[in-house]
Design a protein around this ligand. Sequence first.
Ligand SMILES: [Fe+2]
Ligand SMILES: [Fe+2]
Length: 258
Amino acid sequence: MSFETKREVLNWYERQPRTLTEKFISKINWNEIKNYPLDKRFIPVLLYMRDVETLTDVYYKELRRTPTGKDPIISRFMERWSVEEQTHGELLNRFLNEAGISTDEKWQSQVIGSVSTGYTVTNRLITTLTNLVGKRFTATHMAFGAIHEMSTTQGYRRLVDLAKHPVLSEILRGIIREESAHTTFYRSVARIELQKSEISQKLSRFLIKHFWTPVGSGAKPRHESGYTIATLFSGDEGLSGLTRMFRREFRRCPDLQA
Ligand SMILES: [Fe+2]
Ligand SMILES: [Fe+2]
């Protein structure tokens, strides 16, 4: 898929039906979850993923204060995107509950409340800096988003392969379909924005090289990100899958290649 304008990308995204509809969710065999073993080492990973999905709401609110978030096309995408990410968090939480891992009734507000002050201050600072740079920063925002969505998608794929839990796989495949649509949106808009100016390209490359961190790190304690990455991506297969995916996706975004 190659788009000429952001409007075309948005139109494409809006034509995609939601995968995780009420019907899809009601057909998941929730009652069978307990019938299959779940390796304990994946529980912290699932909790991490649940929390990161939920925290997109914090990121969304911050982004709305920037020129990127005020862009009518991007803000329209983000309205639906943030709802979809919340569903992902809710489904992962429900899976954990059905698997016998109880969570607090107010887990969502606890997750948001547990974000460190340091992270909030940094985020505010970035927002202020972003406002100074203005629209030129949009390409970087979109490129960061694309990388986050791609690595999240690959993380879910790895979890399907490693956990081998049939009901979890069914849920994750639904989530992966929505994450793939998010990747297409971010990557396509990043490409369009990057083509607009050489300054944007240089800025994006510099910021990604020096400031990109895995999704959730900063908001979540470092050891939790480390544990999730090590569990999902250690070993040849874990890393080579990630590398293959980035190569494939970035071939469609040549302005980001070093
Ligand atoms: Fe998600
Ligand atoms: Fe996503």
